[in-house]
Design a protein around this ligand. Structure first.
Ligand code: IPE
Ligand code: IPE
Ligand code: MG
Length: 237
């Protein structure tokens, strides 16, 4: 179906990249093969998001709960993430700001260093913001914000009575960024799994049967077309 050229312009989209394991299993491959293909699809879809003019995109790559998986699988995912970080430096021609969401202290120190460099080198870019959530959990993020506020209050820099939604939002990993308009989840699951709990307050949810390694730009088009048919009321009428 032909779409208006501006069908996605200015939107913020969250993507829960799910179904890598099932994709591999269907093919008799190890789960890690699904993650490898999933990482390639991530790069293609990130490029496409930029091309269609999204304001920002939030990719969920690894949750605070995913450490429960076998060490071998976690290791493979982290190696793929490291390869991506090295390659992200080739994106010099792009105008994307890259931001990482999540608790970094648990990650490989070399990865932490690359993440800091990439964020610093892309901080002034004016195009789409490409967010990648790694060791991210919505509850961890809100708990951390509460801790920061408590520390500031205890130090006398913040009046507890003056705390607003904006004060708290400014302590989230997404500080200063737009909330997602749309959150889509491939693989048929219909849950957030701890993704952007605060920011998702009024996001439109779209779940899709496709597994992430089979996800194509046409699937994103379809999800945005579905979003464009929805009526958002934000509590009004
Ligand atoms: C998503 O795919 C990748 C991560 C959570 C890191 P899964 O690995 O969860 O794939 P399924 O859900 O088992 O198919
Ligand atoms: C959510 O997927 C996390 C990511 C996609 C990174 P999971 O596969 O971990 O979620 P559950 O376990 O099905 O809820
Ligand atoms: Mg899963």
């Amino acid at each position: 179906m032909p779409q208006h050229p501006d069908f996605a312009r200015g939107l913020s989209v969250g993507i829960i990249m799910d179904g890598n394991g099932r994709w591999a299993k269907q093919r008799g491959l190890p789960r890690t093969a699904g993650h490898k293909k999933g990482a390639e699809v991530f790069q293609q879809i990130a490029d496409y998001c930029d091309r269609i003019g999204l304001a920002s995109v939030y990719f969920y790559a690894f949750s605070t709960e995913n450490w429960k998986r076998p060490a071998e699988e976690v290791g493979a995912i982290m190696r793929l993430f490291g390869e991506y970080l090295v390659r992200a430096f080739d994106y010099k021609s792009r105008n994307n700001r890259i931001v990482f969401l999540g608790e970094r202290a648990a990650l490989d120190p070399r990865h932490q260093q690359l993440m800091a460099e990439i964020e610093r080198d892309t901080a002034d870019r004016t195009g789409m913001v490409l967010n990648i959530a790694v060791n991210y959990g919505g509850r961890q993020e809100i708990t951390r914000a509460a801790r920061l506020l408590a520390q500031e209050a205890a130090a006398g820099r913040l009046d507890p009575a003056a705390i607003t939604e904006e004060t708290l939002a400014a302590r989230l990993y997404t500080a200063g960024q737009k909330d997602p308009d749309l959150i889509l989840r491939p693989s048929g699951e219909k849950r957030l799994s701890n993704f952007m709990l605060w920011q998702a307050a009024y996001a439109e949810m779209v779940d899709m049967e496709v597994l992430w390694p089979d996800f194509t730009p046409a699937h994103l088009d379809a999800a945005i077309a579905e979003y464009n048919r929805r009526s958002r009321r934000f509590g009004g009428i």
